[in-house]
Design a protein around this ligand. Structure first.
Ligand code: MTE
Ligand code: MO
Length: 566
């Protein structure tokens, strides 16, 4: 529209930056007033970083914006053009911006990186279940943006806002000294864990193609969210939980008390990520929701939320907001895209543009399990070694290892290290096999059984569940089964080679990341694992029935195809 006004770059920079009441951005030679868009922007007010200047350098970093759809949104806010005297080849001269990822921390080289900026990475299978508590450096990382820099942790401020608009501020130093400190053993799992499995078996999915490693387990230490909410003055009327009653006793009049069941606790991180949980979970005296500052006995690593994060046991990890800076108790869920869109699941028929509001946000996770290591016959596939806690499950792993000709090696520093012995020239008729993995269910429901099949699901046996929580040197903390359960299995592969079932996964892609098409022609079998929790929830047999375009909650039986290598 040529009738729109022309603006000078210097004027826009001076009057329409992040601090102004009408922030503008520039794209190509066009000027947009984004004041009304900020609230609806999926990344929140992060967009203000670009205010007063060109948005293009940011789109180079957050390349997710380079779509016609985003340009259409922007088009609604067009207010004019850049003056011709400020244009070079039709655009304002390129400006360099501060790279928000430049200060991201160093990471453990063993992590398998899906994207570097923002950082998304999972531990290799060979490390995943090596220990019950995942070492901090190997814990999977799921960042939507950069890692915020916090210089003085004790001075980090958490703002707590109540439904009546009252706000209370706590420094981290205050949180640590004013409230009792609790420890809870919790597995965090991304709703996208095992997404690549759903893609392989049911069709294309959007999102990071996680293997089985978007889950890890740690001891978290911090203060209870319910203690902080009570101190901040939250008054709710709900006889359902005792903590609520404690909070209520100060407020008998119903006009000062809100109904806990209608409220949500919204969490916001320093880089603008946000999500929420229902208030009853936060107030449940057995719910163990923490504002955590320690992980496995050390201060939170920067990637995992330093200096403060929410830990919501039993719920999808998307609610455990890192770099926590603000809590709002509200009659609404968080308005972020991570609450209202991304972390929901839909029916296989609903496609890429479902009725977003119809499905509830994922909170408690369903049951899942996975195979993380396989040792078979004389052809040893490298999995998670060594087996350290055999006595706990009554499996004589030394004998199995001797039988299969396997000598555990010390942990390798590189996942690519080739330390498998050479294959013999034949495949033994009846082959000993050993497997290990994890099982996990949300809501604090304990895993009661892990079923294993060596023949694609025709016949079943049971794995031994490790009693990690009973280990006196590292007991589990918390009111419910919030941790994962490791399992092991030893058995005998079927003597008769089985045909390849269609749609099954080659072990080389699942466990070792490289597929070998030659295997497809050989006699293969399929290893299967599935778990059951205390409420008898079980995993679906295939991903076809739970397929959703976002690839969330890929919890079907985990299958690993096993082919003779020789
Ligand atoms: N919190 C903030 N502030 N920013 C984020 O990007 N990612 C969420 C959640 N909390 C995220 C966040 C998601 S989707 C997951 S799966 C977990 O953090 C990952 O936690 P981790 O990186 O400690 O494993
Ligand atoms: Mo996630």
């Amino acid at each position: 529209d040529p009738s729109l006004p022309r603006f000078r770059l210097a004027d826009i920079r001076a009057a329409h930056g992040a601090e102004s009441s009408s922030p503008w951005v520039i794209y190509e030679d066009k000027v947009y007033d984004i004041s009304d868009w900020i609230a609806a922007h999926p990344g929140g007010d992060v967009i203000l970083r670009a205010a007063g200047g060109s948005i293009e350098p940011y789109w180079d970093i957050f390349s997710i914006h380079k779509t016609p759809y985003v340009r259409e949104i922007l088009a609604q806010y067009l207010i004019g053009y850049i003056s011709p005297e400020d244009l070079v080849a039709g655009r304002p001269p390129a400006t360099s911006i501060e790279d928000p990822f430049a200060s991201d921390p160093e990471r453990d080289a063993r992590l398998i990186t899906h994207t570097a900026r923002p950082r998304n990475a999972e531990p290799p299978n060979s490390e995943l279940t090596r220990t019950f508590l995942t070492p901090n450096g190997l814990f999977y990382v799921r960042n939507h943006m950069w890692v915020p820099v916090v210089e003085q942790e004790e001075k980090h401020v958490l703002t707590v806002e109540l439904p009546d608009g009252e706000a209370r501020r706590y420094t981290l130093g205050e949180l640590k000294t004013r409230f009792p400190v609790h420890k809870v053993t919790v597995a965090l799992q991304c709703s996208g864990n095992r997404r690549n499995d759903m893609t392989r078996h049911a069709g294309k999915t959007n999102g990071l193609q996680w293997g089985v490693g978007a889950i890890s387990n740690a001891d978290w230490e911090g203060v209870r969210l319910s203690d902080v909410l009570a101190d901040a003055g939250l008054k709710v009327a709900d006889a359902a939980t005792t903590t609520v009653k404690n909070i209520t006793s100060a407020a008998n009049a119903s006009d000062t008390a809100d109904d806990a069941n209608a409220l949500h606790v919204q969490f916001t991180g320093l880089e603008a990520y946000g999500s929420s949980i229902p208030l009853p979970k936060a107030l449940d005296p057995r719910g163990d929701v923490l504002l955590a500052f320690n992980m496995n006995g050390a201060p939170l690593p920067r990637d995992h939320g330093f200096p403060l994060r929410a830990v919501v046991p039993g719920h999808v990890a998307a609610r455990s907001v890192k770099w926590l800076s603000k809590i709002v108790v509200s009659d609404e869920e968080s308005t972020s895209q991570w609450q209202r869109r991304d972390y929901k699941s839909f029916g296989p028929n609903e496609g890429a543009n479902p009725d977003w509001d119809r499905a509830p946000a994922i909170q408690e996770m369903p049951i899942t399990s996975a195979i993380t290591g396989v040792w078979v016959g004389e052809c040893i596939r490298r999995g998670a070694v060594p087996w350290t806690r055999d006595a706990a499950v009554g499996v004589d792993m030394a004998a199995v290892q001797q039988k299969v000709g396997f000598t555990p090696k010390p942990p390798s520093s590189s996942p690519k290290e080739k330390d498998d012995p050479p294959c013999p020239s034949h495949t033994p008729a009846a082959t000993p096999i050993a497997m290990e993995g994890y099982a996990y269910s949300g809501g604090g429901r304990s895993v009661s059984r892990v079923d294993v099949s060596l023949d694609g699901g025709a016949t079943w046996d049971q794995a031994s569940l490790l009693d990690d929580c009973a280990d006196p040197s590292s007991p589990c903390h918390g009111n419910k089964a919030w941790a994962w359960r490791r399992w092991r299995y030893t058995g005998q592969l079927p003597v008769v080679p089985l045909p390849i079932a269609s749609g099954e996964t080659d072990i080389t892609t699942t466990i070792f990341g490289n597929s070998n098409s030659k295997n497809k022609k050989k006699n293969c079998t399929t290893l299967v694992v599935k778990a059951t929790d205390e409420a008898y929830n079980a995993q679906p047999e295939t991903h076809r029935g739970i397929y959703n375009v976002r690839g969330n909650l890929a919890t079907a039986w985990h299958r690993v195809r096993l082919c003779p290598q020789c």
